[in-house]
Design a protein. Structure first.
Length: 234
C-alpha cells in the first residue's frame, strides 16, 4: 500500500475495505511527529511504519486515537512512542480487554468477517490502554505545527475525538459521521451537533477514516441528509 501525501506536512496510509482497515495518518512537525489512529492489528501498524520508512519519514512519537473501535486501536501495543486517547475511549478499551479475557477471542472474532480476515493465521489479539489520557481538549505543538485534539458529540460513538492540524487546515474525523455499529443508524440530533462542530473549525479538508479526503463543504453537504435537511443548491 502506497503512502499518499495530502499536504506539505501530512501523509495518509490509505484505508482498505476487505479487512476494514482505516486510514492511518501522519503529521510531521519540525521537532516531532504524530500519527492519527494505531491500526487494526500489529501487522497493519507495521505496514504503515514500513511505508513511512520508505518515504524517509521518522516514526511517530505520539499516536492520537479517534475512538475505541478495534480497527483503530488494536495495533496500539505495537506503536512507536506513546498513545493518547480521551478518558472515555480509554475506559472502553480496558472494558473490552476484560471482555476478551473473560470470554476469549471469539467475543472479538464474532463481531465481523473483516476481523477474522485481519487476524487470519492465528495472529494474537492484544488490547492495550492509552499511555496518556485527556479530558475535553488537548493542544500539541509538533514544532511549527499545531494540532488540536478534542471531544465531539457524534452519531458513531459517544467517545469521538477529532484531530485538527490547524496550520495545515485539515480535520481528521475518524468514524464520527458514520452510524452506530452494526446497524448504521444515525441520530439526526447528533449529526447536527457534529455538523456544527466541523463547521466551526478552520479546516479546508476533512478526512474520514474509511474514505478519501473531501473539502469541508463536501463533508457538510454529505452530513445534511442525515441531519434531516437537504443540501443547499449552488
Amino acid at each position: 500500500m502506497k503512502l499518499n501525501r495530502l499536504t506539505e506536512r501530512i501523509w495518509v496510509f490509505p484505508f482498505e475495505q476487505e479487512r476494514d482497515r482505516p486510514n492511518l495518518s501522519y503529521i510531521r512537525g519540525d521537532r516531532w511527529s504524530l500519527a492519527v489512529d494505531a491500526g487494526h492489528s500489529q501487522a497493519h501498524t507495521k505496514e504503515f511504519y514500513m511505508a513511512l520508512e520508505e518515504a524517509g519519514l521518522p516514526l511517530p512519537r505520539l499516536t492520537a486515537i479517534t475512538h475505541w473501535h478495534w480497527d483503530h486501536t488494536f495495533g496500539m501495543h505495537a506503536v512507536s512512542g506513546l498513545c493518547v486517547a480521551n478518558e472515555k475511549t480509554d475506559g472502553y478499551l480496558k472494558a473490552f480487554r476484560e471482555k476478551i479475557r473473560r470470554e476469549g477471542v471469539e467475543a472479538y472474532f464474532s463481531l465481523d468477517e473483516s476481523v477474522r480476515r485481519e487476524y487470519a493465521g492465528n495472529r494474537p489479539v492484544i488490547v492495550a490502554p492509552a499511555d496518556l489520557v485527556f479530558s475535553g481538549e488537548m493542544l500539541l505543538d509538533l514544532g511549527n505545527c499545531s494540532v488540536r485534539l478534542f471531544r465531539a458529540e457524534a452519531p458513531h460513538t459517544d467517545d469521538s475525538t477529532l484531530v485538527e492540524a490547524v496550520g495545515e487546515k485539515v480535520l481528521f474525523l475518524g468514524d464520527a459521521p458514520c452510524g452506530v455499529f452494526p446497524t448504521g443508524e444515525k441520530d439526526p440530533a447528533l449529526c447536527r451537533k457534529l455538523m456544527d462542530t466541523v463547521a466551526a473549525t478552520g479546516a479546508d479538508i476533512c478526512l474520514e477514516s474509511h474514505w478519501t479526503p473531501l473539502t469541508k463543504k463536501e463533508t457538510l453537504d454529505d452530513m445534511l441528509a442525515d441531519a434531516g435537511a437537504a443540501p443547499e443548491k449552488e
